[in-house]
Write a protein that binds this ligand. Structure first.
Ligand code: SAM
Ligand code: ZN
Length: 329
């Protein structure tokens, strides 16, 4: 089932749902009969032309990564072998010549690797800034068979049963109504289609600076009389349980692949600073900023000026589950 032939991906071969009226259209710059205009700017089709939510609103539905986009790949470069391996696991299970949607693709760490294996890919994300980084990587690495789309996973702009492959990694934890995302995935997957869920579990070798820093940050917030809202979306376990309750069949849970990875305190601090993490919701700017300043002071006191260079070494196990939804009500 390996794909050796390069598939030319033509956007007008892709059918989409008009985000306004639900009409089925070809993906190209055009105006739907309802007046909705499909636009493409800097190579990205915009099928979700609405503002991204401001972080930390109590009713926030999802976490866009735009404020963090520039830093997102810092750490992913170190882990690049992880993503190439996930793509290699998925490739033989995809339907030949059909398109795979990398949903919540971010900077494209999975989608780009699938495309390198000659699988035509749609990278779909709600964050324009993340998609721009994905586009830059495509250009730099000369990867052609990708279509970039700004979309909302809660309202997928694809007709029923129109896709043969969808992959998600690190998405469902960032969306409050994650069950709806799974229902949308089920709706748009064909009967022969597969959903691939990638997730990692890790153990730390040596001192776990990372959890120490997160704990300290939480304590500093609580010291100011505030609490951190822990969770927005689902863990992979919860998601897989729900998928099964929605008639999804977990065909394979592939043998986890094991990797040694490293992250630095510098990256963890950036993650905290830019408030991209779901656990950082509902904290006002002032409380957050003073906790970050204090955190840096404490780290400097404890570990010296070079505290940013401290490394956290992990053994990461990567899990890929492939799922079908063969039954329809
Ligand atoms: C942790 S990142 C994961 C990115 C990529 N899948 C990876 O594994 O590196 C989460 C991504 O989900 C996107 N996202 C969050 N809510 C979304 C939504 N409702 N629809 C589409 N993408 C969404 C964010 O913008 C972000 O790029
Ligand atoms: Zn329309």
């Amino acid at each position: 089932m390996f794909h050796n032939r390069k598939v030319n991906l033509n956007s007008s071969d892709i059918m989409i749902l008009c985000p306004e009226c639900g009409n089925i259209l070809k993906l190209q710059e055009c105006i739907c009969q309802c007046g909705f205009k499909i636009t493409k700017s800097s190579g990205i089709f915009n099928l979700h032309p609405y503002p991204e939510p401001v972080l930390m609103q109590p009713d926030i539905q999802y976490i866009s990564y735009s404020p963090f986009a520039l830093y997102y790949d810092d750490n992913r470069k170190i882990d690049s072998k992880l993503y190439a391996s996930a793509a290699a696991t998925i490739q033989p299970l995809t339907v030949q010549n059909s398109i795979v949607l990398d949903l919540g693709a971010g900077t494209g760490i999975i989608g780009l690797n699938l495309a390198k294996l000659n699988i035509p890919v749609i990278t779909g994300d709600i964050s324009m800034s993340m998609l721009e980084i994905c586009r830059n990587r495509m250009e730099n690495e000369n990867i052609e068979n990708i279509i970039l789309m700004k979309i909302n996973a809660l309202h997928l702009p694809f007709p029923d049963q129109s896709l043969d492959g969808i992959v998600v990694r690190a998405l469902l934890a960032h969306i409050r109504n994650w069950k709806r995302v799974i229902k949308e995935i089920r709706r748009v997957l064909s009967l022969r289609g597969r959903l691939f869920v990638i997730h990692e579990s890790s153990s730390v070798t040596g001192k776990d600076y990372s959890s120490e820093v997160w704990t300290k940050y939480t304590e500093l917030i609580e010291k100011q009389g505030k609490t951190i809202c822990e969770k927005l979306g689902a863990s992979t376990r919860e998601a897989l349980e729900f998928i099964e309750s929605e008639d999804g069949i977990i065909e394979y849970s592939h043998e986890p692949a094991s990797f040694n990875t490293t992250t630095s305190l510098d990256f963890i601090l950036k993650e905290i600073q830019y408030r991209s993490h779901p656990s950082m919701r509902l904290i006002d700017k002032q409380t957050h900023n003073s906790a970050v300043q204090e955190l840096k002071r404490l780290l400097k006191k404890e570990y010296g000026e070079a505290y940013c260079d401290l490394k956290v070494c992990r053994i990461v196990e990567q899990h890929v589950s492939s799922i079908t939804f063969p039954f329809r009500s």
